[in-house]
Design a protein around this ligand. Structure first.
Ligand code: ZN
Length: 293
């Protein structure tokens, strides 16, 4: 009896251990330079979220393409590694990182965050203007062709992302800057979830800086999609993507390179983590409800 219990408990421990293992896409197994959270603490994003990152899988990976060395944090939930998966191209956007840690704990999946020592660019290259499969440089904001970067980032995203879930990104923007629900351009249209006067006050979800970016190949977005977001209290910005105005951003690559319009980017002002988390929760509810209906 004693032996049986011992064998049974060993079996249980092995089972629990197996469940908690970090699952990695095969393409990146030789790119991992660290997976020790206490060593990674020297990074400000990791240090700030150190307690919340306990129990999650945290890997730092690195690869080179041309003149650029790319480092990225891959954070996933070992209990549910398949789920919503976020891409965070800008290392100076700290609230986005905090929000991504929250989303990974709550919803499973995970996120990939470019690590450029707290800066927005990597040696002059905007990480969010570096998506193209071509072996030629095709966008003015690309320093060089980036097929490896593009392939690796999307292999990682597609490994963790449930196929029925959208491509997801998190960003922070500046107060009343260019990314605003009150501004439109030749390429973008904006839709307010609140009266204009309220949006101008710049508070919480109604703030002009709090918005969900969607993208597509048509001049206008699907009205049902926009309406659902507005009904959820989320300001919307639609980006009309064409081969002529391609800027090699993630959204543009999803539309032009992958032929998908299932993309959401949650934008909130720098420092507004609580607002960004509310936006994540509302978007997740919308997506999960739509999938269950
Ligand atoms: Zn950004």
């Amino acid at each position: 009896m004693k032996h049986l219990l011992l064998i049974l408990s060993i079996f249980l421990v092995i089972q629990l251990d197996a469940k908690e293992q970090c699952s990695l896409p095969p393409q990146i197994s030789n790119l991992i330079i660290s997976k020790d959270l206490s060593t990674l603490k020297s990074n400000a994003d990791i240090l700030r979220n150190y307690r919340s990152l306990q129990g999650l899988c945290v890997h730092l990976l690195a690869f080179r393409e041309g003149a650029l060395v790319w480092k990225m944090f891959l954070v996933t939930n070992p209990k549910r590694s398949s789920g919503p998966f976020w891409f965070l191209p800008h290392d100076n956007e700290n609230s986005a990182f905090n929000s991504a840690v929250y989303a990974t704990r709550r919803y499973g999946g995970g996120f990939l965050s470019v690590n450029t020592n707290g800066h927005r660019y990597n040696m002059g290259q905007d990480p969010n203007r570096n998506f193209a499969k071509s072996t030629q440089r095709i966008c003015s904001q690309q320093k060089a062709a980036s097929p490896l970067y593009t392939d690796l980032v999307f292999s990682i995203i597609n490994y963790y992302k449930s196929p029925n879930l959208p491509y997801l990104a998190l960003h922070n923007n500046t107060n009343r800057g260019g990314i605003s629900a009150l501004k439109e351009s030749a390429k973008t249209k904006a839709y307010l979830a609140y009266p204009r006067e309220q949006v101008k006050k710049g508070i919480g979800l109604s703030d002009e800086d709090s918005l969900i970016y969607i993208a597509g190949s048509q001049a206008n977005p699907p009205s049902r999609k926009v309406q659902a977001l507005l009904n959820a209290g989320l300001n919307v910005k639609y980006e009309h993507v064409t081969p002529q105005n391609n800027d090699c951003s993630m959204s543009n690559y999803v539309v032009l390179g992958l032929g998908s319009e299932n993309y959401y980017n949650i934008e909130a002002q720098h420092g507004k983590t609580a607002t960004q988390i509310k936006m994540i929760n509302r978007l997740m509810q919308l997506i999960f409800t739509a999938l269950n209906n």
